[in-house]
Design a binder for this molecule. Structure first.
Ligand SMILES: Nc1ncnc2c1ncn2[C@@H]1O[C@H](COP(=O)(O)OP(=O)(O)OP(=O)(O)O)[C@@H](O)[C@H]1O
Ligand SMILES: [Mg+2]
Length: 243
């Protein structure tokens, strides 16, 4: 389970996240929707313990991101769209191995797990090549394998399909679904209403650092009397909306 409690982040004069609270249950995919600069990445980076909150906190799998960040790290898998953070000079296998070792996995377990993931993701052919010259889709698969090598119960996705073609985006979508089928707890940020409608059980709309609406997609459509999620979104965050 994931529980945010009045989570805040201030960067000097910018209040990027202004006290956000919500809960995501086990086996649920929660979608974070918001315009550019709304605070989605900042929120996810705090949950991933890459960034210290300036107020409030969150519990991930029972561990507190402020007081027990290293315990949190062992519970979570992260797939962030833009910066994949792979080492170009290492092979795909070495990239995954390195991350698994950081998570204190045993060598034999690591080898077995990598063989399994390479097969599942159809990346056996290039497993032992350096990732430097990989296409974006190939890199994305390495990043996917790395994100779940330690079998985390919680998955954080920040625009995981940005910049990917239809085929690669589908691989990511199937991966997110398989995580749900395994009972993982998931947060996904996205700009794509289609993606959100396809995958998410509930969504939260974040605007200028605050959560302005939260519910199932059906609930939101009903509440705003509109069957088009994009129009509901525009009603909530559009230019003529009072912040
Ligand atoms: N390291 C930082 N230093 C200063 N300000 C930052 C920093 N990171 C983010 N911000 C600011 O915080 C606000 C929220 O940014 P954030 O990246 O969380 O938005 P986002 O919802 O992920 O947007 P996008 O959809 O463009 O990815 C923005 O005003 C941004 O400029
Ligand atoms: Mg972002």
């Amino acid at each position: 389970m994931i529980q945010l409690m009045d989570l805040q982040k201030r960067f000097k004069q910018i209040e990027a996240v202004k006290g956000v609270s919500f809960q995501v249950n086990q086996g649920e995919i929660f979608g974070l929707l918001g315009e550019n600069g709304a605070g989605k990445t900042t929120t996810l980076r705090m949950l991933a313990t890459m960034l210290q909150p300036t107020g409030g906190t969150a519990l991930l799998g029972g561990f507190d991101i402020v007081r027990e960040p290293e315990r949190v790290r062992g519970q979570i898998g992260i797939l962030f769209g833009g910066e994949m953070g792979l080492y170009d000079r290492l092979t795909a296998r070495e990239n995954i191995q390195y991350f698994a070792e950081l998570n204190d996995m045993r060598r034999t377990d690591i080898n077995d797990r990598i063989s399994y993931l390479a097969k599942m993701l159809d990346m056996e052919e290039y497993l032992d090549r350096r990732v430097g010259k990989f296409s974006k889709g190939m890199k994305q698969k390495v990043a996917i394998a790395r994100s779940i090598v330690h079998n985390p119960q919680i998955m954080l996705f920040d625009e995981p399909t940005s910049g990917l073609d239809v085929t690669s985006a589908r691989v990511v979508h199937e991966f997110i679904r398989s995580c749900k089928d395994e009972g993982k707890t998931i947060i996904l940020s996205s700009h794509s209403m289609k993606e959100v409608e396809k995958l998410c059980d509930r969504v939260g709309i974040i605007h200028r650092g605050s959560m302005v609406e939260l519910g199932t997609i059906e609930d939101l459509k009903k509440k705003y009397g509109n069957d088009d999620l994009e129009e509901v979104f525009m009603k909530l965050v559009g230019d003529n909306h009072e912040a």
